[in-house]
Write a protein that binds this ligand. Structure first.
Ligand code: GSH
Length: 341
């Protein structure tokens, strides 16, 4: 692979402090099309790696909102090569809709020689083959709001207007200390930086566990954007962050509240059925050669506990509010699922 830049939007490795770059293409796909990209069924393709926590937010949202028909999906190989994300899982190594071998080709069609990396999630305009946005913080918010006309019947409100300030504030803390905190710990290049990130991470997780002790979801009594953002880090915790990123004060399975909360979400249609632990493990351990030079992928942990009863329904809560769970995963998008019935 020859990559040791963190593969996580990490623009400074070596001796410099870990710093996540900002998304470079921040056009928005909106109902009124004000950036030139109107919401339209079949017009765009969502490109993800199932290994990537930022891309996985969009995978969960798309399922919960029932946008599978409106927004098609391309899944990259979990292992980037020196030209980054590639479609080697598809016949002839080409995405069948975009006809490209590398995601970088869609970036190039949008702008040549731009300074950023090629990152997922990416939304591509199918007709022109050009990248529209790789703004992972905004994509899911827009799927929840701007794409409403194309939501399935019974779709939940993942970003309820009355709760947005609370969701945004929580998401910011979770981003700093948890979503990005694990990367800051994992790619720290000195002891002090590592300890600061690791300490803040576990302090935040303990605060979140306190909040979730008596309430089923993070905000209100339904699943929201805030839960999606926490879930995508928690589901990777023991498989990669605990070992590979040295976030090892405790394992997720050792925190009674967070482990039950994560299992509850995992077992909710739209969450666990998007998770591919094989992609997750191979990506992190094989791509980050700077912190795992041997590229050896550990055999553990035992994943069978993800389907164990969680008893969180006893806390009440209405997962989908007045809506309903999504239907089955569409053909061709199933993931192998150790431990899932
Ligand atoms: N686009 C964002 C976040 C998304 C992100 O970091 N995705 C990762 C995979 S988990 C990726 O594609 N990294 C490759 C790269 O940025 O060069 C960023 O640049 O920070």
């Amino acid at each position: 692979m020859g990559r040791d830049d963190g593969g996580g939007g990490n623009r400074s490795y070596g001796r410099k402090k870990f710093k996540r770059s900002r998304a470079h293409f921040a056009d928005r796909i909106t109902a009124d099309g004000r950036d030139g990209w109107p919401v339209e069924a079949g017009r765009y393709r969502l490109v993800v790696s199932r290994a990537c926590p930022w891309a996985s937010r969009a995978l969960v949202s798309r399922r919960l909102l029932g946008l599978e028909d409106a927004l098609s999906l391309a899944v990259t190989d979990p292992l980037q090569d020196d030209r980054s994300w590639r479609f080697t899982l598809d016949p002839d190594g080409r995405d069948p809709v975009l006809g490209i071998r590398y995601l970088s080709e869609a970036y190039d069609r949008r702008e040549t020689d731009y300074p950023g990396g090629v990152s997922v999630p990416a939304v591509v305009d199918v007709e022109s083959g050009a990248l529209v946005t790789n703004d992972y913080q905004q994509i899911t918010l827009d799927l929840a709001t701007e794409w409403a006309a194309l939501h399935r019947e019974g779709a939940p409100d993942l970003y309820p207007r009355a709760r947005r300030d609370e969701i945004d504030a929580l998401a910011e803390d979770v981003f700093q200390d948890v979503n990005n905190g694990v990367y800051r710990a994992g790619f720290a290049t000195d002891q002090e930086e590592y300890e600061a990130a690791c300490t803040a991470l576990f302090r935040r997780l303990e605060l979140l566990a306190g909040r979730l002790e008596r309430q089923r979801y993070l905000v209100g009594d339904t699943i929201t954007e805030a839960d999606i953002r926490l879930f995508t880090t928690l589901v990777r915790f023991d498989a990669v962050y605990h070992g590979h990123f040295k976030c090892n004060r405790w394992k997720l399975t050792e925190n009674r509240v967070l482990w039950a909360y994560a299992r509850d979400l995992y077992q909710t249609p739209g969450f666990g059925d998007t998770v591919d632990f094989d992609h997750i493990k191979r990506h992190y351990y094989q791509v980050h050669t700077g912190i795992n030079p041997s590229g050896i992928v550990p055999l553990g942990p035992d994943l069978s506990g993800w389907t164990a009863p969680h008893h969180r329904a006893e806390l009440g809560g209405r997962p989908f509010g007045d809506g309903t769970p999504p239907g089955p995963v569409r053909a061709g998008e199933e993931v192998p699922a150790p431990g899932r019935p």
